[in-house]
Each structure stands twice: as structure tokens, then as C-alpha cells.
Design a protein around this ligand. Structure first.
Ligand SMILES: Cc1cc2nc3c(=O)[nH]c(=O)nc-3n(C[C@H](O)[C@H](O)[C@H](O)COP(=O)(O)OP(=O)(O)OC[C@H]3O[C@@H](n4cnc5c(N)ncnc54)[C@H](O)[C@@H]3O)c2cc1C
Length: 409
């Protein structure tokens, strides 16, 4: 006898969304959710600085996918089935009003992640989901029919179908049994972090934010655009976080020691900046270059860039020669910095890597190798940049799995 039809492993965003969806869809199904910690939805609680950035106001599924360094292609179809507007409607239908901030991030109007937690927990309880906390699952094995879940204390639970949503698989006891079941785990490395840079040009300038800016791993990688924030030990801000996500694997391989090229003027081209310089030569030729920053560069950073370009403090615009102009352009457009480490972003971080996506059917989130086993959320090899995209992936994969997690037999 199977005591449960559906077992959910992990009481996070994906686990709860799947549990509520499955329970509301199959009122007679016996559903249990296992959470290893004493409290469910721990990450929702701390997310978005305690406000929970639930999703992002991007309602075109195709456009949404470009925010996922890994998994965008696989998520395209899934987003056609469940996308941010569905998430917003789902919460609003349960009395949780959400608001969109200027940058597209969506939060509860209460600015309190407990609003989201309460909604998910209340919905799960109302739908009859059994929630078991301090109940970590150590192994999942196939039985015929269904699965056996090993609680690690000699206790075993059986279920017909299992939804695996334990978040990051880094250090997870589940890795061994998932591999035994035939699944491949793509290398697990951090994503969404700031970079350590020890360089005279930015010393003491913490707090200065430059926008638009852009940054790339050098040599030869793609530029990521957005504001760059100078911190006490290097660089952070949206462009850096984006770089850390898109280059998560490369930076890991380089042990977070590499060169980056920073453009302090975004994607502007050298010729357009030369025109600005020429304009300044004509209109303010007698003024010191130091006192007239070009291209909107903050004054204190401008001074450092002039120093790095070998331009004396008293040099006037009219006396800026071609060599020094080129050196200054180089500092503006492609300033090289040596990275020597990283710090995880406190606001939001995720693991890159997890269950290989080709082994999962994204219509149902069911394993292509083990029928009845479904996956969702961060344990998959998919992750987004900051801004609510990671939770959206959890809601979408949880929803699709929940719809497919019908008991059989
Ligand atoms: C500080 C921080 C802030 C963040 N803020 C945001 C944000 O504002 N917006 C956004 O989109 N994303 C944010 N993220 C990312 C987001 O939290 C994750 O992408 C999301 O939580 C993934 O959901 P999940 O359900 O897959 O995993 P999780 O939320 O990690 O949930 C998995 C749950 O499973 C439990 N578990 C693990 N192993 C087992 C096991 N063996 N047995 C039973 N239970 C187990 C865990 O304790 C956990 O409760 C943030 C991340 C961090 C670290």
C-alpha cells in the first residue's frame, strides 16, 4: 500500500507551487511535502531583502528567456504555459496584491515576504497538502510501482510520483541517488556575485555608480551592459551581476582570477566620444580637463582615469594631444582590471548547474529517464539574472509539474 500519491521533496517556491497546483487539481490525491529545515520557504523569506521579488514584469515569453544564462531555450515553451502575468494573477486571486517597480521587479504591496509565505502555506493547507518539516530526504529509489524515499533515520516513505525541488544540489545528499537513477548533474558553481578588484583607480571611490557602463571578461568575451557600482573591494551592480551569471562557469574555471575590460560609457563608440572631446576643445579649450568631465563620468572617477592616462591635473582641453587622448579613450572604453576573487551578492544568489535539461520534458517537468519523477526550480541546470527571474522559473516549473503530477492507478 502506498500511503501517498505524490511526494514533494523541498518546501521552497517550486515545491509549494507544485504541491498547491497538484492538490487543487486532484482533491482526492494524498500529497506530502518534505522540508529538511524546521521552517518552509526559507529563501522566500530572505529574498529581495525581505521583500520577495516575486517575478518580473516581462510578459512576452520569448523576451523573458533572454534573462536566463542557462535554461532560456527550454523555458520558452514553459513560459508560454505559465508566465509572470499568470503568477501575478495567481497571487492576486488569493488576495495578494503585487506592484511593479520602475525597473520591472514585482513585489507584494506589503513589501514583506511573509505575505507570499502565508499565501503559499495557507493555500497548501487548504488544499490538504501534508507538510512535514525537519524531514530531509536522503535517497530516492525506484520501487515498482512508484518510489521509496529514505528519511535518513531508518524511516521510509513510499509515493507513486515524486517532485524533486530541493533547490541547489550543491552538497545535497540527493545527488548520489539521482545519479543512480541515471541523471546527469551539470557542474554546480555559484552565480550572481560581485568581483574583487584591488586597483588604485577605484580606491576610496566606493559608492560611486556609473551608468551606462559595460564589462567583459578579457580576452574576447561578450560585454554585459548596465550600471557598475564601485565597492570597498571591487565592483558590483547590475552589469557585474549579469557578467557573473553569464560567465559563471568560465569565472569558476579561472578561479575568479582574470582580466576584465570595463567601459565607463556603456556601448558608446570611440568616435562619438572623440566628437565630445573636440566639442570641449572648441567650447572650453582654456579649462582644465580635470574640471570638465566628459561623457557624464563622475568627477572623482574622471580624475583617476586622467591619472591612469598620464594626463597632468592642470592640462587644458586645448592642449590634449592625440596620444593622451587615445590613452584616455582607452581608460574610458576598455579599462583593464585584474579580478582576484568574488563575494556572493547578498540580495540574491543562485547555483548554476544541476539536473541536465535534456533529461527533462519541459511540458510536464517529468524525467525522460524515470517516469513518475519530476523536477523543478533551482535543482535544474537553469538560472536567471537578478530581478525576479529565478522565482519565476520556480513558479513555472512547479506549476507545470503540479499539473502533471496526477496520481496513477
Ligand atoms: C539571499 C537570496 C535572495 C534571493 N532573492 C530572490 C528574489 O528576490 N527574487 C528571485 O527571483 N530570486 C531570488 N533568489 C533566488 C531564489 O531564492 C531561488 O531561485 C528559489 O528559491 C529557488 O526555488 P526552489 O524552490 O527551487 O529552491 P529553494 O527555495 O531553495 O527551496 C528548496 C527547499 O528544499 C529544502 N530541501 C533541500 N534539500 C532537501 C531534502 N533533501 N529534503 C527535503 N527538503 C530539502 C530546502 O531547505 C529548501 O527549503 C534569492 C536567493 C537568495 C540566496
Amino acid at each position: 500500500m502506498n500511503p501517498f500519491d505524490i511526494a514533494i521533496v523541498g518546501g521552497g517556491a517550486a515545491g509549494f507551487f507544485a504541491a498547491v497546483t497538484a492538490a487543487e487539481n486532484n482533491p482526492s490525491a494524498r500529497i506530502v511535502l518534505f522540508e529538511k529545515s524546521s521552517r518552509v520557504l526559507g529563501k522566500v523569506k530572505i529574498s529581495g531583502g525581505g521583500r520577495c521579488n516575486v517575478t518580473h514584469a516581462c510578459f512576452d515569453p520569448d523576451a523573458l528567456t533572454i534573462h536566463y544564462p542557462r535554461g532560456g531555450r527550454e523555458l520558452r515553451g514553459a513560459f508560454h504555459r505559465w508566465q509572470p502575468s499568470d503568477t501575478i494573477d495567481w497571487f492576486s486571486g488569493r488576495g495578494v496584491e503585487l506592484k511593479t517597480e520602475a525597473d520591472g521587479r514585482v513585489f507584494p504591496v506589503t513589501n514583506d515576504s511573509h505575505t507570499i509565505i502565508n499565501c503559499l502555506v495557507d493555500s497548501a493547507r487548504a488544499a490538504g497538502v501534508v507538510i512535514r518539516t525537519s524531514a530531509g530526504i536522503h535517497r530516492i529509489t525506484r520501487t515498482d510501482p512508484g518510489f521509496e524515499l529514505d528519511m535518513g533515520d531508518g524511516d521510509h516513505i513510499r509515493a507513486q510520483r515524486v517532485f524533486v525541488a530541493p533547490g541547489s544540489l550543491k552538497n545535497s545528499p540527493l545527488v548520489a541517488s539521482l545519479q543512480d537513477l541515471g541523471h546527469t548533474i551539470e557542474p554546480l558553481v555559484p552565480s550572481l556575485f560581485s568581483l574583487h578588484v584591488n586597483d588604485e583607480r577605484i580606491q576610496g571611490l566606493q559608492g560611486i555608480s556609473v551608468e551606462p557602463a559595460a564589462v567583459a571578461v578579457r580576452p574576447g568575451r561578450k560585454m554585459q551592459a548596465g550600471p557598475i557600482l564601485i565597492t570597498h573591494n571591487g565592483f558590483s551592480g547590475p552589469a557585474i551581476l549579469r557578467l557573473s551569471a553569464w560567465e559563471a562557469r568560465r569565472l569558476y574555471e579561472l578561479n575568479y582570477r582574470c582580466d576584465i575590460g570595463v567601459s565607463w560609457i556603456g556601448d558608446r563608440k570611440a568616435e562619438s566620444v572623440r566628437k565630445d572631446f573636440n566639442g570641449l576643445r572648441r567650447s572650453h579649450g582654456g579649462k582644465a580637463i580635470k574640471n570638465l568631465p566628459a561623457a557624464g563620468i563622475p568627477a572623482r572617477l574622471w580624475e583617476r582615469l586622467l591619472q591612469a592616462a598620464g594626463i597632468p591635473p592642470a592640462q587644458r582641453w586645448s592642449h590634449l594631444g592625440r596620444d593622451r587622448e587615445n590613452a584616455l579613450l582607452n581608460q574610458l572604453l576598455e579599462a583593464r582590471f585584474a579580478v582576484n576573487g568574488k563575494t556572493m551578492n547578498k540580495e540574491e544568489f543562485v547555483t548554476c548547474g544541476g539536473i541536465r535539461l535534456s533529461e527533462v520534458d519541459f511540458r510536464t517537468m517529468e524525467s525522460r529517464l524515470v517516469p513518475g519523477l519530476h523536477f523543478g526550480g533551482e535543482c535544474l541546470d537553469l538560472d536567471g539574472i537578478t530581478g525576479g527571474f529565478n522565482f519565476q522559473a520556480a513558479w513555472t516549473t512547479g506549476r507545470l509539474a503540479g499539473l502533471a503530477l496526477c496520481p496513477t492507478g
